[in-house]
Design a protein around this ligand. Structure first.
Ligand code: HEM
Ligand code: HEM
Length: 226
């Protein structure tokens, strides 16, 4: 595992390069996919975004489609790498566990000053739920996206109804992922979660924070060195 106590024990290493790299490839490609996906609809012309200096290309269908394809390729590579990486290491810390819904409610209540937070493992229960929600939406987008690509190939002729359902599925999952991202980013409005932020850039987070809030993980990963 990646975790280590660092620099006179001020910090602990929470993530290795792979996790940080995958997070940012997924995050950036998703933003690009949302932007270029909306470009497939005639939105940017209608709202005159293409009249802004340097943005005339945003309503050019062939350009936004090509951007959508390149970003989709980056996303799918990162997702495949993520699944193999964690699968081979049998590292399933992010998968939901029994009782996560109740624990998430406790964590949210505690943030607002009601009751006490449960003891946490490497990830909070709400992070494990966020992970499956975002991951599931991502898989629907990839699945329906691949079918949409096949559909554009010459000689494919899907029934009209099927094509319509796939487009609806792709659009519905787009809404899910946007909601997921808003909730994900909103978590960082709360000061309690700020100590996690440096971890996704440098891999390191404050040791005292880990000891206090992620006590199960701390004991499991660093128990002997306390
Ligand atoms: C400016 C944008 C973003 C910032 C600052 C950010 C920051 C973070 C941080 C600090 C974590 C916590 C890692 C930990 O527990 O150590 C995290 C986790 C995660 N991020 Fe992001 N993120 C951003 C965008 C995104 C986007 C666009 C996606 C998905 C499309 C995403 C998906 C995830 C997932 C699935 C996790 C794991 C579950 C969770 O912790 O909620 N992130 N991110
Ligand atoms: C975060 C991931 C993604 C988001 C948010 C997203 C969003 C969108 C949106 C909003 C549209 C326009 C509405 C529509 O025609 O359905 C679209 C179209 C499309 N997307 Fe995606 N998409 C994502 C991933 C993918 C992936 C992974 C693929 C391929 C593997 C893909 C392939 C396509 C195709 C082929 C179209 C139709 C373009 C056309 O009209 O010819 N998308 N996407």
């Amino acid at each position: 595992m990646a975790e280590k106590i660092l620099e006179k024990k001020q910090h602990v290493k929470r993530h290795g390069f792979s996790v940080i790299f995958v997070h940012w490839v997924v995050a950036i490609s998703t933003f690009v996919l949302i932007f270029s996906g909306f470009g497939q609809m005639p939105l940017y012309k209608r709202y005159m975004l293409d009249r802004l200096p340097g943005l005339s290309w945003v309503s050019d269908f062939s350009i936004t489609l090509s951007i959508h394809y390149w970003a989709a390729a980056a996303l799918m590579l990162a997702v495949a790498y993520h699944l193999v990486f964690h699968g081979v290491r049998r590292d399933f810390d992010m998968l939901p566990r029994r009782g996560d819904i109740r624990q998430s409610a406790q964590i949210i209540m505690a943030v607002f000053g009601f009751g006490k937070e449960p003891e946490n493992d490497k990830y909070l229960a709400e992070q494990r739920l966020a992970y499956v929600f975002i991951g599931f939406s991502m898989l629907i987008l990839i699945f329906s996206g691949i079918i949409k690509v096949v559909e554009t190939l010459p000689r494919t002729n899907f029934p009209e109804d099927f094509a319509l359902w796939i487009t609806l599925l792709h659009n519905f999952a787009t809404i899910l992922i946007i909601v997921g991202i808003i909730v994900h980013l909103a978590a960082f409005i709360f000061k309690e979660n700020w100590p996690l932020l440096p971890g996704i850039f440098t891999g390191k987070i404050d040791r005292k924070y880990v000891k206090r809030r992620h006590s199960i993980w701390y004991a499991r990963a660093f128990g002997k060195k306390r």
